[in-house]
Write a protein that binds this ligand. Structure first.
Ligand code: ATP
Ligand code: MG
Length: 218
């Protein structure tokens, strides 16, 4: 039997549960997870030419220029040419989407659609232990002792970018930037939209959809 390679993209605003859904997809369908943010951070760490160029943009919270980003991703995907993959964080612009679509046959684009008010209240409840990166959520994963890290007992803090005004501004910016990208994939008949308020409720639909495209391995 000839088995075809499966190539998927996942999109969703910050706080939409993209990380949760992605990890379940790679767990159950054995896709190779490629995150543009992780890839960039690895390049910065190993001080490659691309990493050094990208660094100043990342530090400013700006998008890395399309040309640089596209070259990096396409190069990485060549190494994955015979594996199934799930691309996360790329494309972020129509230019990137076009360059990708010109180079590889994408099978599907999973778009997570979570209402903005749900995301805002979820992120409001998020507290972190800055030193370790441990994340708590007052609603469903509270620390044992209020305001303190379970392991070290040190105080928890809220990231500036988790404050409601900041979150809403970020969501609007995300929407403005990515609507042309989702439109682009919709026109190609590749966009699969999943609407919901919780990852646990969205997940079964994503699982069912992907099972119709490729056999689950777990
Ligand atoms: P979050 O982690 O909350 O989903 P983020 O903005 O930190 O959001 P990452 O994917 O970790 O997302 O990206 C970190 C940084 O890397 C971005 O701020 C940006 O500078 C750069 N970056 C990542 N992906 C792209 C891309 N497709 N195009 C341009 N720059 C990118
Ligand atoms: Mg990040």
């Amino acid at each position: 039997m000839i088995s075809k390679v499966f190539r998927a993209i996942i999109m969703g605003p910050p706080g939409s549960g993209k990380g949760t859904i992605s990890s379940r997809i790679v767990r159950d369908f054995k896709l190779n997870h490629l995150s543009s943010g992780d890839l960039l951070r690895a390049q910065v760490r190993s001080q490659t030419a691309a990493g050094l160029k990208a660094k100043e943009y990342i530090e400013r919270g700006a998008l890395v220029p399309d040309r640089l980003m596209v070259d990096l991703i396409l190069d990485e995907l060549k190494g994955l040419s015979s594996t199934d993959w799930l691309l996360d964080g790329f494309p972020r612009t129509v230019e990137q989407a076009k360059a990708l679509a010109d180079d590889v046959a994408v099978d599907t684009v999973i778009n997570l659609d979570v209402p903005f008010d749900v995301i805002v209240s979820r992120l409001e409840g998020r507290w972190v232990h800055a030193a370790s990166g441990r994340v708590y959520n007052l609603e469903w994963n509270p620390p044992k002792e209020q305001g303190k890290d379970d392991v070290t007992g040190e105080p928890l803090t809220q990231r500036d970018d988790d404050r409601p005004e900041t979150v809403l501004a970020r969501l609007k910016a995300y929407q403005e930037m990515t609507t042309p990208v989702t439109d682009f994939f919709r026109e190609m008949n590749l966009l699969e939209q999943f609407t919901g308020t919780e990852s646990d409720k969205i997940w079964p639909h994503v699982h069912k959809f992907l099972s119709s495209k490729l056999p689950p391995t777990g």
